[in-house]
Design a protein around this ligand. Structure first.
Ligand SMILES: NC(=O)c1ccc[n+]([C@@H]2O[C@H](COP(=O)([O-])OP(=O)(O)OC[C@H]3O[C@@H](n4cnc5c(N)ncnc54)[C@H](OP(=O)(O)O)[C@@H]3O)[C@@H](O)[C@H]2O)c1
Length: 252
């Protein structure tokens, strides 16, 4: 079995990917900026995509790279370029698997523009590649609702729905792509249900035993319109099996 590097293997999705690869996938290495936080048998490889430090050692001898790290739009393209350059220098052409977001080519959001530019960089990198686009993770939506937990009124964006997916559904797909080999742009992956944001907020409150009014606020502008038009949804690829309700129950 080969050796796989997971960038962002300490993050929300990356941790699930590392668990998924844990079995017979060979050596699993996690690129991280700090020591600790990587459960054995995976091992950490200290490095920083923003400076390039440690990347040569991290990619040395790997057959596949699952690229889950994100600098949240600030330098994501440059970070990926450093990773690609380090991988090319090994002379082994490792398979680069990238996790992107459904609708990055149709929504004019700065983070999505960076994801799209990163996809293009990977496609032209000269490395064998696979790109999987997923919908929003349950964790992201709960983080949005958690920010407003002290507010007497919950806020949701009027007319916007989400199709949240569980990282426990995305991770096995990424692990399977390691085994399947370079596949180009594969079918998008989305959660099991498309639900209005207001209803998601209501379910979040209910799971925490809270009752308050949820106000649906109209948000003007192009990006809000693109979300309202559902460009971030993929109802034909509702392959995730874990619902938001189930995630909330597990999280409680
Ligand atoms: N959240 C969503 O709803 C969603 C939906 C679809 C796709 N995605 C994509 O899925 C991927 C993972 O998202 P996530 O929410 O799981 O991320 P996350 O929890 O925010 O984790 C970010 C990871 O990036 C690593 N990282 C950040 N800066 C780094 C640097 N300079 N050098 C090396 N590593 C660095 C961090 O590692 P250390 O701190 O250990 O260094 C951490 O493991 C992202 O590409 C995101 O765009 C997310």
């Amino acid at each position: 079995m080969g050796s796989t590097l997971v960038t962002g293997g300490t993050g929300t999705l990356g941790r699930a990917v590392v668990r998924e690869l844990g079995g017979d996938a060979g050596e699993v290495r996690v690129l991280t900026r700090r020591a600790g936080g990587v459960p054995p048998p995976a091992r950490s490889s200290i490095g920083d995509l923003s400076t390039g430090e440690g990347l040569a050692e991290a990619v040395d001898g790997v057959d596949a790279i699952v690229h889950c790290a994100t600098t949240n739009g600030r330098g994501d393209v440059e970070a990926t370029r450093r990773l690609v350059d380090a991988a090319l220098r090994t002379g082994r052409s490792p398979h680069l698997i990238y996790i992107s977001i459904v609708g990055v080519d149709c929504i004019d959001f700065p983070y999505y523009r960076a994801k799209l530019a990163t996809e293009r960089l990977i496609m032209g990198s000269g490395l064998p590649w696979t790109i999987l686009r997923a919908t929003q993770f349950h964790d992201l939506l709960t983080a949005v609702f958690a920010w407003q937990r002290w507010s007497p009124v919950g806020l949701a964006i009027k007319g916007v729905s989400f199709q949240p997916i569980d990282t426990r559904d995305v991770a096995p797909r990424l692990a399977a792509l390691v085994t399947e080999g370079p596949s180009g742009r594969v079918r998008d992956i989305g959660g099991p249900e498309v639900i209005e944001m207001r209803e998601l907020a209501r379910r979040y409150d209910a799971a925490r035993g809270r009752r308050r009014r949820i106000a649906a606020v109209r948000v003007p502008g192009k990006v809000a319109g693109q979300f309202a038009a559902g460009r971030h949804l993929t109802p034909d690829n509702a392959v995730g099996s874990i619902t938001f309700q189930q995630f909330l129950a597990d999280d409680a």
